[in-house]
Design a protein around this ligand. Structure first.
Ligand code: PMV
Length: 364
């Protein structure tokens, strides 16, 4: 078991007049889970291990300016897409305050945060994954610059992932590129319940540049948050069975990812997507996040696969949008299929042609 790292550190604060002013910015991607995390224990500990592809084009870009806080306590203004956003502001203040034992310096600063996403937020594209991982990147980068800590890249990223997890569980996987496991699993040395762990070594080349076209069925805000959904797993009659199934699916999927077995990859990704939504439908109270057009699309993917034999599969996040997964080599055929068969079922926002990405990037 990889034990919890201890990050409480009262020394990470400025003495007297040395409080700095400056600016930094990071870009951090979303990720799509192939084996899903759904159900947690306090504090943000997953009930089962999960694995995801980090994405490339769906990301948050966040610039943080900092200066000495006049009040002597944490101050913040949060702008989303150029407009002050009090909801995100309150959420981020709460997140930063919750971290004040780990980063005591946050209480000495005024932050002006300017953030934007390349995709619609709260639509089941994990905006919390990119949004929280980018903030974790900034905080750890500030610590590294101000206090000369975290000079080793592995230590740095592990702490970023730990902090991102506290913001939103799945965010801890966005800190690394490619395939990332979160949650302790005996068969994958290095994995932990406390941070994500990249598993890119030995992966078959077909999966290193896999495509994810995100079909936007409904880009509006979803009605039940992930937080509530995770909580409802506590009373779900199938919960224990589900957590065991996810563990098995991870083992099977990792083998498929290493051997280039697209058949098994398709079977596991789809069963994971449908089981995630089955858990929603069997919670009390039950809820549905799929829309009629989600099913229309799934039906057409089945028919397309039957007809062409091409290795295209789907997965779903906690929302109605469909992630269409396929190897880069069939991009042309897939574009034709999407444009002719699937477009009628999409919202005016259409689709995002994404693919496996390399992880966060510092931009300032
Ligand atoms: O990180 P959260 O609390 O938003 O939960 C994410 C849950 C799923 O996206 C449905 C699955 C996953 O593993 O990302």
């Amino acid at each position: 078991m990889n034990s919890e790292p201890h990050y409480l550190n009262a020394d990470l604060k400025f003495s007297g007049i040395d409080i700095p002013s400056g600016k930094m910015a990071w870009r951090s991607p979303s990720n799509i889970a192939l084996v899903k995390y759904w159900g947690k224990k306090p504090v943000q500990i997953p009930q089962n291990p999960s694995i995801s592809f980090t994405l490339s084009k769906s990301y948050s870009e966040t610039e943080v300016s900092y200066s000495p806080a006049d009040s002597g306590a944490l101050e913040m203004e949060f702008y989303f897409d150029g407009k002050r956003n009090l909801t995100f502001e309150a959420k981020t203040i709460k997140f930063f305050k919750s971290l004040s034992g780990i980063f005591p310096f946050v209480n000495q600063l005024k932050f002006v945060v300017r953030s934007k996403n390349t995709f619609p937020h709260s639509a089941g594209i994990a905006s919390s994954a990119s949004g929280m991982s980018v903030l974790a990147m900034v905080l750890c980068d500030m610590e590294r610059q101000f206090f000369r800590t975290l000079q080793n890249i592995d230590d740095f990223l592990r702490k970023v992932s730990y902090i991102a997890r506290l913001g939103s569980g799945s965010a801890c996987r966005s800190v690394y590129g490619g395939l990332v496991v979160w949650g302790q699993d005996e068969s994958v040395p290095g994995t932990s319940d406390y941070y994500g762990f990249p598993v890119n070594e030995g992966i078959h080349e077909i999966f290193t540049d896999y495509q994810d076209t995100i079909l936007l069925v409904d880009a509006g805000e979803k009605k039940v948050s992930s937080r509530v959904g995770h909580g409802l797993m506590n009373g779900n009659p199938f919960a224990t069975e589900r957590f065991g199934q996810a563990r098995n699916n991870l083992t099977i999927l990792l083998h498929a990812l290493r051997t280039g077995d697209t058949e098994t990859f398709m079977r596991i990704t789809e069963t994971e997507a449908l089981t995630l939504h089955a858990m929603m439908m069997t919670s009390q109270p039950y809820f549905l996040l799929m829309k009629p057009n989600t099913l229309q699309i799934i039906d057409r993917i089945f028919a397309f696969r039957e007809k062409t034999g091409l290795p295209a599969s789907f997965t779903l996040d906690a929302g109605p949008n469909v992630h269409l997964l396929y190897p880069k080599a069939i991009k042309g055929e897939m574009k034709h299929f999407i444009d002719t068969d699937l477009l009628p079922f999409l919202s005016p926002k259409g689709y995002i042609e994404d693919e496996v990405g390399k992880g966060p990037e510092k931009i300032l």
